[in-house]
Design a protein around this ligand. Structure first.
Ligand code: FCB
Length: 455
């Protein structure tokens, strides 16, 4: 075990996050197999700028450079994800040694620099062969995740304490299989509910597999929870339904071993078998919360918000509704309101008593048009977002929520899923073509905070 400061809650640990497909590139290097995102990127119209992840930030070949940036930022934790198709190119069977070697370099590189590694096992890059066999709507995929988790934990479990299984399973299930905006780009509401259940089952089995390989491991899950606010009485029912799919589905299962009554698809015994919910209940040792924006819900009518997170199609079965973000919004069209983060941390800590929380992602996309004399971005808007959300996190902590860490999204401008390279969330710009890393003003601002936090 490392001698790094543990995330024991004595102080808020600051960190920064990335995800494999968004930064690595090198999508066919060293035996990596194809993922559902490689496939979706080839579908005309699926990615806004027609781009793909084949280059991204080139981080696969820049491990030391990126880790140096994190060390110089002065934060104590790095949340990254492990690409399943690098470890098991077919999604099953023997491990690909080169894939494991890569993540060992990342973990050892963190430890050598005094950074706590926080790996996420699944940040959306499902091996394509598993999708060909049915993907998350197929029950067997849950067991495949557990097999893969066991392989990784056997290799890295002596050096990693804090693991998370899934990133934002709501996105995998409902953007992937209902809205069809994310990979695999299917629009089959029934499949989305089956995917949701199998993701949770997979999480529970994977957590067990990690603990079997690394008994000291603390295994959590990362959810994108959001406060859901009806804008008028006529939208209450719709808001309640959105809340059920966005928040309660996951928390009820993980905390109580139940699904909301309002979601009949999750009460089908052919899908949810005896013992499943008992395995899911209590399976997370901590909860990661990714927060970007609150959801304001109005009844159906003219106008809509951003398609990305705010597509009504991602809430199959909901009464007619639309998302009504208020100004100011980021480049994603997401309303900026830090009070939503405070609310979500406080309500989740009451809903899941005893479970430590981490803000595992929070950040903002801005255009970065203002430049300083040396050409680097003067991103005051991103700095304000960071400042206000960090303050909200501290308020929630002061009010009693057991929040251990605040992890900013994200280190580098990167491949932002269906938005391609058009949306920039990074503290560091990546120059097109050269892939040169150019820190923004927000990087220097965060470094100042991180320095203070440590003193
Ligand atoms: C979250 C994802 C992350 C990034 C941010 C902006 O939903 O987990 O990969 O795309 O949104």
């Amino acid at each position: 075990m490392s001698t790094l400061r543990d995330l024991d809650g004595s102080d808020l640990v600051l960190g920064v996050a990335t995800a494999s497909f968004q930064i690595e590139g090198a999508t066919s290097a060293d035996g990596r197999g194809p993922s559902i995102w490689d496939t979706l990127c080839r579908r005309p119209g699926a990615i806004k700028d027609g781009s793909d992840g084949s280059t991204a930030c080139g981080s696969y070949d820049r491990v030391d450079e990126d880790l140096d940036l994190i060390r110089d930022l002065g934060v104590e934790a790095y949340r990254f994800s492990i690409a399943w198709p690098r470890v098991q190119p077919d999604g099953r069977g023997e491990a690909n040694a080169a894939g494991l070697d890569h993540y060992e370099r990342v973990v050892d590189g963190c430890l050598a620099r005094g950074i706590v590694p926080l790996p996420t096992l699944y940040h959306w890059d499902l091996p394509q062969p598993l999708e060909d066999d049915g993907g998350w709507p197929a029950r067997a995929t849950a067991q495949r995740l557990a097999d893969y988790a066991g392989i990784v934990a056997r290799r890295l479990g002596d050096r990693v304490t804090w693991w998370s299984t899934l990133n934002e399973p709501w996105c995998s299930a409902f953007l992937g299989y209902a809205a069809g905006i994310h990979a695999p780009g299917r629009q089959e509401p029934a499949a989305a509910f089956a995917a949701a259940h199998h993701l949770l089952l997979g999480h529970a089995l994977a957590a067990e597999a990690v603990r079997a390989a690394a008994p000291a491991a603390s295994v959590g899950i990362v959810l994108n929870l959001a406060p859901v606010w009806p804008e008028e009485d006529a939208a209450r029912e719709a808001a309640d339904y959105v809340d059920a799919i966005q928040n309660r589905l996951w928390l009820d299962a993980l905390v109580d071993g139940s699904y909301p009554a309002i979601l009949p698809a999750l009460h089908d015994p052919a899908l949810v078998r005896d013992g499943d919910l008992a395995a899911i209940a209590g399976s997370a040792a901590w909860l990661g919360i990714n927060y970007y924006t609150p959801f304001r819900i109005g009844p159906a009518g003219e106008g809509a918000g951003s398609e990305r997170v705010q597509s009504p199609r991602a809430y199959p079965g909901a009464p007619s509704l639309r998302f009504l973000p208020r100004e100011p919004v980021t480049e994603m069209g997401w309303e900026v309101d830090a009070s939503g983060l405070e609310e979500v941390l406080l309500t989740t800590s009451r809903r899941a008593p005893g479970l430590p929380l981490m803000v595992t992602e929070n950040g903002s996309a801005y255009a970065d048009a203002t430049r300083s004399a040396d050409g680097s971005a003067e991103d005051d808007d991103r700095i304000a977002y960071l400042r206000d959300h960090l303050a909200a996190t501290r308020r929630a902590r002061d009010a009693g929520a057991d929040v251990r860490a605040y992890i900013a999204w994200t280190l580098l401008d990167n491949f932002e899923w269906a938005e391609g390279y058009t949306k920039k969330f990074g503290l560091v710009e990546v120059e097109a073509g050269t892939l040169r890393r150019i820190p923004k003003a927000s990087y220097r601002y965060y470094a100042g905070l991180a320095g203070r936090a440590k003193r």
